[in-house]
Design a protein around this ligand. Structure first.
Ligand SMILES: Cc1cc2nc3c(=O)[nH]c(=O)nc-3n(C[C@H](O)[C@H](O)[C@H](O)COP(=O)(O)O)c2cc1C
Length: 370
């Protein structure tokens, strides 16, 4: 049914307008008590066996919404209503900014992919902190806060911008993500080099500890799929050295591999980050490499091209404790998370593993060579 609706309505609309329309519907449904109870009962049934714990946080399951869909923390309950077990909001920058000029989001329907160069359009850390502080949660869910650099802030002053966001947002975050991997802010991905990343993560850790009493906010870093393998290893080693809680692999790619011949070549040429199905293989590869390096010393979050339960299961077997998705939600619609949960529960039941935790990394442990 959604496929029919998508073809008839969303596909004919500009992708960013379609996003705003769907977003408004989700927010509206979550505000109407009878409706949201009904929708959550239909789309977010719980599977006890999928209960997950990651960096000390308990969740209904391992499957969450990746950053970028709810940049301003405006639809947390709506997304929980649709069955996501955790919601990562952001990327939020120190200061508000409009992002890149439109058009900046493109659908490659035949490839089940998206290209975006949104450029961190968001309300800024002060406004988002206020929204999170005022939120009266309807659904209990885990909220991650993903932070990035304000575009006008020079690379050399990046840490101060991240610290500003941390001071404002950490107390409202169940976990915090340092995003150094979006391709749409000039220079941002240079921060992945360990010489830059070490002081940045240290400063954010200290700022989080300073600004939150009585709780240690888990800190994660989100990396790009375009890193060379040695650089993936270097980030993994640094994360262990600094006692980071997690690594999110991966963000979108600037590569254009894995695309079929059917997508419009003009669209393929658009600059920006590619996400969805063509990213699947590389994201999985990076995840495997990370798990082979860090094992269970650091929690891994697998994201990039996850379309269905089998993909989510493969990420868990590769080493992910949590799995996230974004692009396939556009193509699959509101029943997406429900299907993933059902499929994961079925796979776990017929697997040799008694719990989801036992399955984490099982494939990579069997064949560790990357
Ligand atoms: C339109 C769009 C906007 C995004 N914005 C962000 C963002 O602000 N911060 C971030 O860390 N990732 C962002 N992402 C990347 C996703 O969180 C995710 O890492 C990537 O899309 C791969 O997952 P997918 O293939 O399931 O979409 C964005 C992705 C898309 C498609």
């Amino acid at each position: 049914m959604y496929a029919f609706f998508f073809r008839l309505v969303f596909r004919r609309m500009d992708p960013e307008r379609a996003h705003h329309l769907a977003f408004a519907w989700i927010r509206l449904a979550a505000r109407i008590p009878v409706l949201r109870t009904f929708v959550a009962a239909a789309l977010a049934p719980r599977h006890k066996e999928l209960r997950t714990e990651a960096f000390g946080l308990r969740m209904h399951g391992p499957f969450g919404l990746a950053a970028g869909f709810d940049k301003n923390a405006a639809a947390i309950d709506g997304m929980a209503m649709l069955g996501f077990d955790h919601i990562e909001i952001g990327t939020v920058t120190g200061e508000p900014q409009p992002g890149n000029p439109k058009k900046r989001l493109f659908r490659l329907v035949e490839d089940r992919a998206l290209i975006n160069r949104m450029g961190f359009n968001n309300d800024g850390s002060a406004a988002v902190a206020e929204r999170l502080a005022a939120r009266e949660a309807v659904f209990r869910t885990v909220v991650g806060v993903n932070i990035g650099k304000t575009k006008v802030v020079p690379e050399a002053e990046a840490a101060a911008d991240y610290v500003k966001s941390t001071e404002r947002l950490a107390r409202h975050a169940d976990y915090l993500v340092v995003n150094v991997s979006s391709p749409n802010t000039p220079g941002l991905r240079n921060l992945q080099a360990t010489e830059s990343l070490r002081p940045l993560l240290t400063a954010v850790r200290e700022a989080a500890d300073r600004s939150v009493d009585g709780r240690r906010v888990p800190l994660l870093v989100k990396i790009a799929p375009d890193l060379a393998d040695e650089d993936v290893d270097a980030v993994a080693d640094l994360a262990v050295e600094l006692g980071l809680d997690g690594i999110i692999a991966t963000n979108t790619t600037i590569a254009r591999e894995g695309l079929g011949l059917t997508s419009d070549p003009e669209l393929v040429k658009e600059t920006g980050g590619l996400s969805g199905a063509p990213l699947k293989e590389r994201s999985l590869e990076v995840l495997r490499r990370l798990y082979a390096r860090v094992g269970d010393r650091i929690t891994l979050v697998g994201v990039g091209g996850v379309e269905n339960a089998e993909d989510a299961w493969q990420r868990i077997l590769a080493g992910a404790t949590l799995v996230q998705g974004y692009s396939a939600f556009i193509y699959e619609g509101p029943f997406w998370a429900r299907g993933i949960h059902k499929g994961l529960a079925a796979r776990l039941a017929t697997s040799p593993y008694a719990t989801l935790a036992e399955a984490i990394g099982a494939d990579t442990r069997k064949a560790p060579a990357a």
